[in-house]
Design a protein around this ligand. Sequence first.
Ligand SMILES: CC(C)(COP(=O)(O)OP(=O)(O)OC[C@H]1O[C@@H](n2cnc3c(N)ncnc32)[C@H](O)[C@@H]1OP(=O)(O)O)[C@@H](O)C(=O)NCCC(=O)NCCS
Length: 183
Amino acid sequence: MSIKDMSIKVEPLKKKDKKQTLEFFYKTITDSFKTEGLFELGMTDTCKHEINNQEKRISSSIRSGTPYYLLAKDKNLVVGTIAFGRPGKAIEKAFLQLNKSSNGVVEIFSSFVLPEYQRKGIGSLLFKAVKEEIVKRGYRLFAVNTGYKKGLKFWGEKLGKPSITLKKYYYPIDCYVWIKEIR
Ligand SMILES: CC(C)(COP(=O)(O)OP(=O)(O)OC[C@H]1O[C@@H](n2cnc3c(N)ncnc32)[C@H](O)[C@@H]1OP(=O)(O)O)[C@@H](O)C(=O)NCCC(=O)NCCS
């Protein structure tokens, strides 16, 4: 079924969504580590760390609005996410290596779609929606990073070649970073 035949809504994360969104991240992050072969590379602790990180970010978002999450829902089911906030360590490292300042830059992260809902345009819909939010707040530059092969394909299709590759940043895998103007 394509996105046109579904009634996908995009809305900001609210307190009532917390439990379901945490379950969503547990499922999508574990699935990503499985399908990308990262458990075989000994990255079990990284997987747990990523899930814990989402828990902290979601609690902070509900408490203070930062970072800012958007959810894609199919009826009441959370099927996708995207978020933005202050640049994290990988982005800061990329700016340092490029000899550029990250002042005024926002990071887009947590781009995930449930495995059974992927390749239907939901990731693209969320990216469009998050750019609108960022523009409203007056940002002109955004950065994204990924270590996932699927992420590289998705962001590569949207943004072209990465601005920089941080070799083995998520040891033993590389981290791809894009720094782009919002258009
Ligand atoms: C990356 C992700 C969010 C994309 O979401 P999605 O809803 O499947 O993306 P879309 O359907 O909008 O895809 C848009 C385009 O990106 C490219 N693309 C997306 N996933 C792809 C894949 N697995 N293989 C090849 N190209 C892909 C395609 O060009 C696609 O257009 P097409 O389907 O018409 O060919 C999703 O695959 C996901 O959750 N992956 C696991 C986590 C992840 O890698 N996150 C990325 C950053 S952390």
